[in-house]
Design a protein around this ligand. Structure first.
Ligand code: 9D3
Length: 260
């Protein structure tokens, strides 16, 4: 049988607005994402926000109305920067005050045409440009970074690995229904004894059902211990009489039941 010719498809497009365009694609230029970039599965264009400043000193920020520490990014400069790249893609500003990024949002973004990302620096950005451009505010977690660039790379990495042709088929669908919404069970490989430490007997037994039960048990224990929030959601899922309101089975599968 002759090999199937790959159907050319439009790349998933990332445009990043930043004061530090030279840091992109950064780690996304290596490994899985880097290969996909080279293959044209996705594209990454970084744009210097400062190119849209209009004054002699190329100012992108100013002091906050109402007073206070730090500087605020100017709405006029950001609007011009966004206007130069905006199209049908969702526009997201990375900010510590944003809605926490979830695998469900990542999947939805990966399913679309791409994304426009605005990386904040300074204390924040003028609220009016967020409203005028309908920007979605997204955070990657409850810790403080020095800017939005690394957060943008995190978001892009999470999306790119989901694009068709980036990951092997084996890695994608396998075990999905089994471990969905749970943390991973512990892994072991050779040597069977290392520094006087053995491997759980059941894993050497060849009893596939027993192995599956042990892994499930371990995944549940680790989830309970480390992520009571995930465990509570897991418990809620097993009661099908409530908690299904407003969401279809497939939507649920893609959101709260994504394996971690
Ligand atoms: C006291 C005000 N600070 C908020 C905690 C101001 C501030 C600190 C750090 C404003 C911006 C930043 C830089 N961080 C990001 O741009 C950022 C971020 C983060 O710090 N944590 C998690 N997700 C993100 S997304 C963008």
């Amino acid at each position: 049988m002759s090999p199937q010719a790959a159907t050319p498809r439009a790349p998933w497009r990332a445009s990043v607005l930043t004061l530090f365009p030279e840091v992109f694609p950064g780690p996304l230029g290596a490994s899985l994402a880097g290969r996909a970039l080279g293959e044209g599965i996705w594209s990454c264009a970084a744009h210097d926000i400062r190119a849209h400043a209009t004054d002699r000193h190329r100012t992108v920020d100013d002091t906050p109305f109402g007073g206070g520490a730090g500087m605020v990014m100017r709405p006029d400069v950001l609007d011009a920067a966004l206007g130069a790249v905006a199209d049908d893609r969702p526009a997201i500003v990375l900010t510590p005050r944003g809605v926490p990024l979830t695998q469900a949002r990542v999947q939805a973004l990966a399913d679309g045409p791409g994304v426009v990302l605005l990386c904040g620096r300074y204390e924040g950005i003028d609220q009016r440009v967020i409203e005028a451009r309908g920007l979605e505010e997204v955070s990657i977690g409850d810790f403080v970074l020095s800017g939005g660039e690394l957060a943008a790379m995190v978001l892009l990495d999470a999306c790119v690995r989901l694009l068709p042709g980036v990951m092997g088929a084996a890695e994608s669908a396998e075990e999905e229904s089994f471990t969905a919404g749970l943390l991973e069970y512990p892994h072991y490989t050779r040597p069977a004894v290392w520094q006087e430490r053995g491997v759980p007997e059941v894993l050497l037994s060849g009893n596939h059902a027993a192995v599956a039960a042990w892994r499930r048990e371990q995944a549940e224990r680790i989830t309970r211990e480390r992520r009571p929030d995930l465990w509570a959601a897991q418990t809620a899922h097993s009661d099908t009489t409530h908690c299904d309101a407003g969401m279809s089975g497939t939507a649920r599968e893609k959101t709260e039941r994504t394996p971690l």
